[in-house]
Design a binder for this molecule. Sequence first.
Ligand code: EPU
Length: 440
Amino acid sequence: MSGKLRVVGGTPLTGEIMVRGAKNFVPKAMVASLLASDTSILRNVPLIRDVDVVSSLLALHGVKVDYHQDSGVLSITPGQPHLPKEPARMDSLAGSSRIPILFAGPLLHKIGEVYIPDLGGCHIGDRPVDFHLRVLEDFGAKRIQEREGMHLIAPRGLKAKQVHLPYPSVGATEQTLLTAVMAHGITELTNAAIEPEIMDLIAVLQKMGAIISVDTDRTIRIEGAEQLTGYSHTALSDRIEAGSWACAALATRGDIFIRGAVQADMMSFLNMYRKVGGAFEVKDEGIRFWHPGGDLRSISFQTDVHPGFMTDWQQPLVVALTQANGISIVHETVYENRFGFTEALRRMGAHIQTYRECLGGLECRFGQRNFYHSAVIQGPTPLHPADIEVPDLRGGFSHLIAALAAKGTSIVSGIDIIDRGYEHFMQKLRSLGANVEKIS
Ligand code: EPU
């Protein structure tokens, strides 16, 4: 991973920034456009690398994509897509992104086959795709394993199925939605994920002509349609990015107004922010987050699927918890390996210990196994500057927050990964008064 940043920390971040469309929604809406032949328009699209990657993946399939960065308007015209002429290019573009596997349903409907590159693991866990493949095979797809990557075909088309997910996986729910909307018959999906990003994807699919209902017990019913049309939609805003900047305000004793942050999508985050002792004020155009002075309070919580406290907020909040008075306990139940980033925090002076046991919550899937998925943080401890290497997207932003909170000069390496999900983060940091300089 490349890109090095010199950070002179110790200054509270203050000012205003804007968040645009959600990284974990926009690429899925882009894939959904493949289900139509005519043009789809998506607004509020951020300039992040994941959008770039999905645009290139679509282009490899013959799809026309136009993006106007300033207005954030993206138009996608699939016409008649085809398999990529250079599959190797697909492998190198995809990296560790999970998005290529979501091309499966739409392309199996449109052209009867799809190529999926090797997706690989990442620093937060193995991230298998077994649920996705089971869903696709249940619908009638056949797998042809290649030396690298995978070919799927649907010789007899795709037929609706009863699908029960072993865990409410976001990706597998999206896979089922994108496959079921044009499958023959009615699909009943149980134990589905119901994250706001999924609800927005359902809104997009409904605009395209789909009939989808969502019950209160994680059951989603999808009636297959023969034909879908392009959509026009404004993406919901990025609640992970908003939460990350809110934690930066807390850890640096700052005050940030986040234009575009939406209360309804951040309820569990706002509750936790208040419990820790952070202050916030909800306005029509966004939410102001600040450190009100005095001590922060320690807390105990676990991450969970929606409507629980989301895993992607865990890493930035842990940085703020190093500044809270007392012992905090965090139980990570979504990914088995999302505390790797705490090693750098320990080197910076934080008192954090990780455990295999399920602490501070109910027993989870990772209990009694060899995963250090609980953390105990004892604060407050001043953070010292250090040279650190970022491990993954959210862990990387959290390291950046730690460096901004530590008085003195830190060098943060591997920061290019942060562009994957944080639009204009360097400009935003500078506008909030951070002393940061890219040195390679
Ligand atoms: N899982 C399986 N098998 C599968 C799919 C998932 O075992 O086939 C497991 C995963 O290993 C994980 C759990 O189920 O332990 C949840 O995974 P999920 O499928 O919900 O996650 P995802 O769809 O791969 C999306 C986001 C993640 C976010 C999670 C949870 C995208 C591109 N990614 O991942 O975002 O953490 O949902 O909300 O939408 C990030 O933005 O940094 C990020 C990692």
